[in-house]
Design a protein around this ligand. Structure first.
Ligand SMILES: [Zn+2]
Ligand SMILES: [Zn+2]
Length: 484
């Protein structure tokens, strides 16, 4: 069935969150990795189902070599080594027996975890800690109970319907054993694992590949048995025993990984969703698309009308990265659209300096007007910012605004490096803009007197010359340069 993106109608969805029941298109999921079928829901953070994936999972019969490589990773090898070799070093007293039992439990716990881990889409073995931490050590007991119940079922079938029925039930039990193990590993429930209906449904949903897998299971079991026997017959006992134990454990891991993969491959038929998600493979793309993810989140929240959420996201982002002009522009647009005077005032230094960097004199004027309205008599308290804002205003012919911005500059910011360029700008606004040559000359004289060290000082005489001739004040360079 085709679905459209919830946020981009008309755009076919590629991802589906089973939790939020929302579909997303690739542009909503810039951080997702379709090839690895890995994407986290932007709303709940859970793994999402890649809609193209269900048909793209490699069938288990095409990745047999991967199954055989599975146990040969550090974590499973460690588990096998600890659980197989340590018991052999222990003496046969009570503590030795106890530790051995615990290690066997840990090994079983690990192998059963493999099924679930694989079914969840991990093609790498679970970490070592899985064997020794958390709950689930009872899985061996549960498996024993399952066997006992199955035996009881066969036995009672014999009592009720004679040997033929018993044989029939036995055949079903043997056939359903892998299914039962899968159910037990997934649900940790004895009743679910022996319920014939449950098992029949699982087998019928998977269909013929279940029997193919069954064939592999038999072959693997035979191969494992043969290899162990070979070891026991041809090597000294001190070597043969650990080797046989090691072989047994590796074959079990391969087998259980296969069972888990069968669940993964038929997830759709079995009614659960999981995606490939090997942690170390996903890192590279993850970082790179952080900002893409952020923009997509903003977009979604805007479309959902969560403006407060958008605001807090932008503020958080600007806390981490105060000079990110892209975020500042987004903040500006949002605050302006919402007429959020309080936040406009709070962020005015960054907003103004961003507007100045874009030469947006209208934006500067508008924001200054809002600031003045919110706080009559408002003055910027940053000399550089004042000058930076005054320049685009001057270029736009907003002379009054320039004068207002730079009013009393020498009193508000005494000893400021920017005094010379600021008052030169004032002089230009007065002369070129308003035709007030005398006032302009006064400002030029002020620079001449107060800023003897400033690089502009050398040009002041020329400016005064121009002013005396009522000519527009133009420096040797076409524009006034501001250091820094
Ligand atoms: Zn979309
Ligand atoms: Zn979700």
């Amino acid at each position: 069935m085709k679905h459209d993106c919830h946020y981009h109608p008309g755009e076919p969805a590629k991802w589906h969150c089973g939790e939020c029941l929302t579909h997303y298109c690739p542009s909503c999921m810039p951080d997702a990795a379709p090839r690895r079928q890995h994407g986290l829901c932007p709303h709940c953070g859970r793994n999402m189902r890649y809609l193209g994936a269900a048909t793209e999972v490699v069938p288990f019969w095409n990745r047999l070599s991967a199954f055989f490589r599975y146990p040969f990773h550090v974590d499973p090898l460690m588990v096998i080594a600890i659980c197989t070799f340590v018991p052999m070093l222990l003496s046969a007293n009570l503590i030795g027996v106890l530790v051995t039992v615990l290690l066997v439990l840990a090994l079983f716990k690990y192998t059963y975890a493999v099924i679930r881990h694989t079914a969840d889409g991990h093609m790498k073995p679970p970490p070592l800690a899985t064997a020794f931490s958390g709950d689930g050590f009872g899985i061996v007991i549960l498996q024993l109970v399952v066997f006992v119940l199955m035996g009881g079922l066969v036995f009672s079938a014999g009592l009720v319907g004679g040997p033929y029925l018993a044989l029939l039930v036995l055949a079903f039990a043997v056939l359903a054993l892998p299914a039962s193990i899968m159910v037990l590993a997934m649900e940790h429930s004895v009743m679910a694992a022996v319920n014939p209906m449950n098992l029949a449904v699982l087998i019928s949903r998977i269909g013929w590949p279940y029997f193919l897998l069954y064939g592999y299971v038999i072959l693997l079991t035979l191969a494992s048995g043969a290899a162990q026997e070979f070891a026991l017959n041809h090597f000294a006992p001190w070597l043969a025993q650990p080797l046989a134990g090691f072989l047994n454990s590796t074959f079990t891991l391969i087998l259980f990984h296969m069972l888990g993969y069968l669940l993964f491959q038929y997830q759709e038929e079995l009614g659960f969703a999981s995606d490939l998600q090997d942690a170390d493979e996903q890192d590279s793309g993850h970082q790179r698309d952080r900002s893409g993810r952020f923009d997509a989140d903003l977009d979604m929240n805007l479309k959902d009308g969560n403006y407060d959420r958008v605001l807090s996201m932008l503020k958080d982002s600007l806390k981490r990265d105060p000079h990110n002009s892209h975020r500042i522009s987004q903040l500006y647009l949002l605050l302006k659209a919402r007429h959020d005077t309080a936040e406009l005032c709070r962020f005015h230094p960054r907003l103004l300096s961003w507007l100045a960097s874009r030469n947006d004199s209208d934006g500067i004027k508008e924001l200054l007007r809002i600031l003045e309205q919110a706080e009559p008599g408002f003055r910027l308290d940053d000399p550089e910012l004042s000058l930076a804002c005054a320049q685009p205003l001057y270029r736009q012919g907003e002379y009054k605004a320039v004068l207002r911005l730079l009013q009393d500059f020498h009193k508000r910011f005494p000893d400021c490096e920017q005094l010379a360029p600021a008052y030169l700008l004032v002089a230009q606004a007065l002369a070129n803009g308003l035709g007030l040559w005398d006032k302009a000359t006064a400002f030029l004289s002020f620079i001449e007197k107060k800023c003897p060290q400033h690089p502009l000082h050398g040009q002041i005489a020329a400016y005064k010359e121009q002013a005396s001739r009522r000519e527009p004040l133009k420096g040797p360079r076409a524009t006034f340069a501001v250091d820094g």
